[in-house]
Design a protein around this ligand. Structure first.
Ligand SMILES: [Zn+2]
Ligand SMILES: [Zn+2]
Length: 768
């Protein structure tokens, strides 16, 4: 028996299958999708079995070890693997790694073993048994160690070990054959073992002391065993939730989805903000679980997990949660629960699309319009495409929920490729917020220089007086988006990315949002040496500063990527605001998404039109969705208001905000038709990066020509938004093509992809 293996080295030249001999004693453990340790060159590496062969002309070495008890990549995940090979320029090894839960990956550890003592300062690093586990910081000694290895004084060994280990604690079992004389004094403990074989030490310590346990152990009444326990996700919320009573529209949508069980039908659950889309899919999940199947629920951002988790966990027992803010150990155990079939509902963000859930009865993508569903690093994919593969595999419905669907999605629904389910009314109070537009040009003309308009100040005062809450959106981090010299116009930029640096008032620093570069802020201009380098424009910290000035008594909370970096802090802020320990929530785009705060009666945006002029074909859609969602946070349980401030308010992405979504949809669709943009054509983007500005540009040009020879319409090359990343210059090509051209495009791109010129294909066009 032989196996084909993909080695976990992400090097283009080595990214192929290698055949190995299976030794007799390992044959029974071999399965496709398991990982093995194999000799590779002079190393030992981890590899994934992708094929089992009866014959191989190239295999010369045997595999050394089978790592997994069960396959880590299922047949279903191999379908996704095949799809990603044909739809991305990523390496096979990178794709396998993307599919494998990070917490189940293995790390390589170098160890030096002392053979003979010798005289050198490094000898003190070896422990009593003559071993030294090298940490990353010890790698500086590596060349020295290799010299000692040559002289046979030490031996260097590389071992492969799991990244995360299961949590093991002490438990006790009862020894029925003991002959301890004084057992009568301890019957209350012995009794415990009537009900369960193994009891955790920590549980026994609730009813007795450590010294009693030691006595019993010493006299062989009980003995120690290792017990693997699962680490749990902890939450900051309670588990009370109201019962679900569906209204007529919700019932209709529910019945439609249930009638689609055991088909891979796609649904667009389109309901105005506050119409109760979540209730519909919660009720559907109930039915799925009754039928003995499982449910996969995705939300776009970690911030939205808590709200849905609260509702799911109040109703269902076995919910696993997956997102990147969990600790490694907890995440490992949540995955283990899914592998072991102990979780029948999985709630997670984007990468939970790979959750090893079996027997799926429903897949939900909540807030389908959200850009976070697009993976833009390493292996690039649209979550929706992978969800379709899974829905087909399990023959289960796939539900997209949204109040503001992507134009492309609504277009498919209008053309009956997706079944449209409508919830036209708000569930609790059938009234949309009253929207007021404030032109900031007029504010300035009439003498108000504050970024808070008079109307906004007035409504904020009323809201706070009524003991209600407000949400304010400003989609820029820091205090000012950039600084500029008032004399010569100089704008400091990031030395590695080329984008302008953001000003942070509290730290008095200039920071790059893309690579983390930062430098102290000085008002002296390095260009003309004047002292006129000053912050320009507005950003979140400045808005909070202004609000504090006008409302010193109000409690203001902030939610942006700087506040959510800490584990659990997003959930904390959400819960704090929900429990009314906060009057105004100021945040970036993340506050506009999906939140349901009953006491919010005012939502406002500081600069509505700030992103309208970006060069994306869908800049209109991005603006509209963000603002429509923001408006939807207000007045969900009692009448509410919304204020839209901006300079250019006549654009259809803004002046249709008061009306139904379909007004915007029709305007946007007409604009797309004229410009020949999606959904009328498929558009994708290629980023070409490499050393040297001119050389990379030329390479991009050659790739363009090659694509054009194959009849693809290509725009560019033009500079990418982030021109430089590290040492690499970046250019982009935009391709207009048909859906089924992707395979051929990928084939062409792969010919040019090498270690010098890196090519990333994206099935959308707003990668930065
Ligand atoms: Zn200057
Ligand atoms: Zn940078």
């Amino acid at each position: 028996m032989f196996v084909s293996v993909i080695i976990d080295l992400k090097i283009k030249e080595l990214d192929q299958k290698y055949d190995y001999i299976v030794p007799e004693e390992l044959i029974e453990f071999i399965e496709i999708g398991k990982r093995v340790v194999v000799p590779f060159g002079n190393m030992e590496r981890l590899g994934y079995i992708v094929d089992i062969l009866t014959e191989s002309k190239i295999a010369t070495k045997p595999i050394l070890e089978v790592v997994d008890i069960e396959p880590i990549i299922s047949d279903e995940m191999f379908l996704i693997y095949d799809y990603l090979i044909n739809h991305t320029t990523s390496l096979k090894s990178a794709i396998l790694e993307a599919i494998t839960p990070t917490e189940f990956m293995h790390d390589y550890q170098k160890k030096a073993v002392l053979l003979k003592s010798f005289d050198d300062e490094i000898i003190q690093n070896f422990n009593r048994i003559g071993e030294w586990l090298l940490s990353k910081s010890d790698y500086k000694y590596l060349s020295k160690l290799k010299r000692f290895e040559k002289s046979n004084l030490i031996k260097l060994i590389t071992t492969i070990k799991p990244r995360v280990n299961p949590k093991v604690v002490i438990g006790y079992e009862y020894n029925h054959n003991h002959n301890y004389q004084r057992i009568n004094n301890y019957l209350h403990i012995v009794e415990q073992f009537f009900y369960q074989n193994t009891i955790l030490r920590s549980d026994l310590l609730e009813i007795t002391t450590a010294s009693v346990l030691n006595t019993l152990e010493k006299n062989e009444v009980i003995y120690r065993v290792d017990v693997t326990i699962k680490r749990e996700v902890t939450h900051k919320f309670d588990l009370n939730d109201k019962d679900i009573l569906l209204n007529n529209d919700q019932k209709k949508a529910y019945n439609e989805i249930v009638s689609g069980f055991n088909t891979n039908k796609e649904y667009l659950l389109y309901g105005v903000t506050g119409s109760g889309k979540t209730e519909v899919y919660l009720k559907v999940i109930e039915e799925v679980i009754k039928n003995g199947k499982t449910a996969l629920i995705l939300v776009p951002e970690i911030n939205m997990i808590a709200q849905v988790a609260k509702r799911l966990k109040s109703k269902f027992q076995d919910v696993a949660i997956l997102h990147s803010m969990l600790s490694l150990g907890v995440k490992h155990d949540e995955y283990q629960k899914i592998y072991d079939g102990e979780a029948n509902i999985v709630l997670g963000t984007r990468s939970a699309i790979f959750a090893p859930l079996d027997n799926i009865g429903i897949i939900v993508l909540d807030e389908e319009q959200d850009e976070s569903y697009t993976q833009t690093e390493t292996v690039i994919y649209e979550t929706k495409d992978l969800a379709k593969i899974r829905s087909k595999y399990h023959n289960c419905p796939l539900v997209y929920a949204s109040a503001t669907p992507k134009v492309e999605t609504m277009y498919q629904a209008q053309n009956n490729q997706i079944k449209l389910l409508e919830l036209p009314k708000r569930a609790v109070i059938d009234l949309m917020p009253e929207v007021t537009f404030v032109n900031l040009k007029n504010e300035l003309k009439e003498g108000n220089t504050s970024i808070l308009s008079r109307k906004l100040l007035e409504e904020l005062t009323t809201t706070l007086n009524n003991n209600e809450q407000a949400m304010i959106l400003i989609n820029r981090l820091g205090y000012a988006p950039f600084v500029m010299c008032r004399v010569c116009g100089y704008v400091p930029t990031c030395p590695s990315c080329g984008v302008s640096l953001t000003y942070y008032h509290e730290d008095s620093e200039l920071k790059c949002h893309y690579c983390g570069y930062h430098e102290p802020y000085k008002n002296e201009c390095p260009n003309c040496l004047s002292k006129e380098l000053a912050p320009r424009g507005i950003a979140i910290e400045q808005v909070i500063y202004e609000l504090r000035k006008y409302f010193p008594k109000a409690k203001i909370l902030k939610l942006d990527t700087t506040t959510t970096k800490k584990k659990g802090s997003n959930e904390e802020i959400w819960y704090q605001f929900l429990s009314k320990d906060g009057d105004i929530l100021v945040g970036t785009q993340m506050i506009a998404k999906g939140f349901d705060f009953p006491d919010v009666t005012l939502s406002a945006v500081i600069l509505a039109d700030e992103n309208l002029n970006l060069s994306y074909y869908n800049a209109d859609e991005k603006t509209y969705i963000l603002l429509k969602q923001l408006i939807g946070r207000s007045g969900r349980h009692k009448p509410g208001k919304a204020i839209i401030q901006g300079y250019n308010l006549s654009h259809y992405a803004i002046n249709t905000l008061e009306k139904d979504y379909m007004y915007f949809y029709n305007k946007a669709l007409a604009a797309r038709k004229i410009a020949n943009y999606p959904p009328y054509v498929k558009m994708s983007q290629v980023i070409i990066s490499g050393l040297g500005y001119l050389k990379t540009y030329q390479e991009a040009y050659i790739i363009k020509e090659s694509l054009e020879e194959n009849n693809h319409k290509v725009l560019g090359p033009s500079q990418a938004f982030i021109l430089k990343r590290g040492e690499d210059y970046r250019f982009k090509l935009t391709i207009k093509h048909e859906d089924n051209d992707v395979n051929q495009i990928i084939k062409i791109l792969k010919e040019y992809n090498n270690d010098k010129i890196r090519i990333i294909y994206t099935p959308f066009i707003d990668l930065e």
